[in-house]
Design a protein around this ligand. Structure first.
Ligand code: HEC
Ligand code: HEC
Length: 358
């Protein structure tokens, strides 16, 4: 059995990481193959109930389901969009994927999606120029997609859905030329993605753009290194000082790093009530509000991991200090924009902890 003290020390990180991982977890524990339940378990947290959208783009849009065939949905689920929040669901069985696809298809059953897959012909150099004037503002100069994720409070109201990455290997492997072309012709009503026929492009223009977009596959962006996988879940150091002195030094170090101290409380105060406070476990919460805003704009799920929390534990007269390892979050979030921030946050945590035990 794991000693109680050790259990407690890992309690909070474990809950937090567990929360974030639940959307990516593997088990459906033999549940009947119910597409709705599978969708609820694996997708709804991001794409919203009934596919209404959230962190992820809306999936119930008639204009989307009219162009997205089952093969596109299957491949997107399997491959995800590496580095773009949308996870790759390799752990699902074929029948589970089919059940989810059938459930999504049920939102617009009248549509027969495109099956045509032959490549479209056009002039890439012409497409490049048209792309720069008509697409780059939303989808990025090199098709890298807009920043951040989906519908959140940090979006301007008139732009509730963010533009996906078009140079993403997951997208390019899943979408046929005809699907991309039809998306440009129809647009997606209810999103900022308009019909470009209505905006004055002709079919040849659109073909040239499709060929240019397809060409992104030839110059793939370097994939983000699978960050964090080898990192321990927590950063931990032993303190040479007693509990009170370690706590004082930690508070100083937090101030020195320009973080705001939010609160200090005994670990199980919330459970035990003030009179039974356990002074051997102290939680110190702090926050860097600039950093917080920056991170939330990129990915609202970061909120799950905040405030920045340090845990002091005393065991047999020895005090240790620990914090959730932000580098480990990179792995959970699959969002390359966040990796840099996680690294930055890691350095701040390590500096504060080193300073405390120095
Ligand atoms: C005003 C912003 C805006 C402009 C301009 C724009 N798009 Fe989009 N585009 C979006 C948004 C937002 C979506 C996601 C719509 C959704 O929720 O399905 C999208 C979706 C797409 C998709 C589907 C991607 C996927 O993952 O299925 C393709 C392909 C696409 N756009 C290509 C283009 C091209 C090519 C151009 C230029 C001709 C263009 N877009 C111009 C905002 C824009
Ligand atoms: C952690 C959040 C998250 C989860 C969980 C998630 N998605 Fe996504 N999904 C996204 C985001 C964000 C995008 C847009 C990709 C981009 O920005 O480039 C996306 C894109 C997609 C697309 C492409 C949409 C389009 O317009 O082409 C499909 C299809 C999709 N997801 C289906 C699913 C399904 C089915 C599940 C569950 C098995 C799922 N997703 C789980 C975040 C998520």
């Amino acid at each position: 059995m794991i000693p109680k003290k050790v259990q407690q020390r890992f309690f909070i990180p474990a809950i937090i990481v567990g929360l974030a991982l639940s959307a990516l977890s593997t088990s459906t524990s033999g549940a009947a193959l119910n597409g709705a339940a599978l969708y609820e378990h694996y997708c709804a947290a991001c794409h919203g109930n009934q596919g209404k959208g959230g962190v992820g783009v809306p999936l119930a849009l008639p204009d989307f389901l009219a162009v997205a065939n089952d093969d596109f949905l299957r491949k997107t689920i399997r491959l995800g969009r590496p580095g773009r929040v949308m996870p790759a669901f390799q752990q699902l069985s074929e029948t589970e994927v089919d059940a989810i696809v059938a459930y999504i298809r049920g939102w617009a059953p009248a549509h027969t999606a495109i099956v045509e897959t032959s490549p479209i012909k056009g002039k890439s150099e012409r497409g490049e120029k048209l792309y720069a004037s008509f697409c780059a503002a939303c989808h990025g100069d090199r098709g890298e997609g807009s920043h951040g994720t989906g519908v959140t409070f940090s979006r301007p109201r008139d732009l509730p859905v963010l533009a996906p990455a078009l140079n993403n290997p997951g997208f390019l492997a899943a979408a046929s030329d005809v699907m991309i072309k039809t998306t440009l012709i129809r647009g997606r009503q209810g999103t900022p993605m308009l019909s470009f026929l209505k905006r004055g492009l002709n079919e040849q223009d659109i073909d040239d753009i499709v060929v240019y977009v397809r060409g992104f596959a030839q110059k793939p962006l370097p994939l983000p290194v699978k960050a964090g996988a080898d990192e321990p879940p927590t950063i931990e150091r032993m303190s040479p000082y007693g509990m009170q002195q370690t706590l004082d030094k930690l508070k100083n170090a937090i101030g020195g790093a320009n973080l705001r101290l939010i609160r200090t409380e005994s670990f199980d105060q919330a459970f035990a009530g003030k009179e039974k406070e356990n002074k051997h476990h102290v939680v110190v919460d702090s926050c860097d509000f600039n950093f917080l805003n920056q991170a939330l704009k990129i990915d609202p799920r970061v909120g799950l991991f905040l405030p920045c929390r340090f845990i002091l534990s005393e065991h047999n007269g020895k005090v240790s200090i620990s914090a959730v390892n932000p580098k480990r979050l990179s792995e959970i979030f699959n969002n390359s924009e966040l990796n840099q921030l996680c690294d930055q946050m890691y350095k701040v945590y390590v500096d504060i902890i080193e300073e405390t035990v120095f």
